[in-house]
Design a protein around this ligand. Structure first.
Ligand code: ZN
Ligand code: ZN
Length: 115
C-alpha cells in the first residue's frame, strides 16, 4: 500500500519539494529520518563533500580505487609483477616494464593488460 506523497520545505533554499511515497518507504526502510533539503540541495551537498578540495573537474576522480593486486611472475624477465587482475594460466603476464616494451599491441601474443 503506497504512502501518500508529502510536501516538505527545504531548509537550505526554502523551496517546497515533494517527498514521494516511494521515497518515504525507502527512507523508512533505511531508518533515515525525513530529508531536510530538496533534491538539488542534497545533490549539491553531496558533491561538495565528495570533491573535497573544491575541484570543479567533475569527471576527474582521484585514482583512489584500491584494487586487489595479484602477484605474478613476468613471462618475459621473470621478475615479480603486480597486476590488477587474476592471471589466467594460458596467457603471458608481463611486468610493467616488459609490458611497455612489448607494446600491448601489434606483434606477437595478446597483451594481458587488455582484458
Ligand atoms: Zn533546496
Ligand atoms: Zn618483465
Amino acid at each position: 500500500m503506497p504512502l501518500p506523497d508529502k510536501t516538505l520545505t527545504c531548509s537550505d533554499c526554502g523551496q517546497e519539494f515533494l517527498f514521494s511515497g516511494d521515497d518515504q518507504e525507502f527512507y523508512q526502510s533505511r531508518g533515515f529520518s525525513e530529508p531536510k533539503r530538496c533534491r538539488s540541495c542534497r545533490a549539491q551537498r553531496r558533491s561538495e563533500r565528495e570533491s573535497g578540495d573544491g575541484g570543479a573537474g567533475g569527471f576527474n576522480r582521484p585514482p583512489r580505487v584500491e584494487r586487489e593486486m595479484f602477484e605474478v611472475t613476468c613471462s618475459s624477465c621473470g621478475n615479480i609483477a603486480r597486476v590488477p587482475f587474476q592471471p589466467r594460466g594460458d596467457r603471458p603476464v608481463y611486468c610493467r616494464d616488459c609490458f611497455d616494451r612489448v607494446g600491448g599491441g601489434g606483434g606477437g601474443g595478446r597483451s594481458s593488460y587488455n582484458r
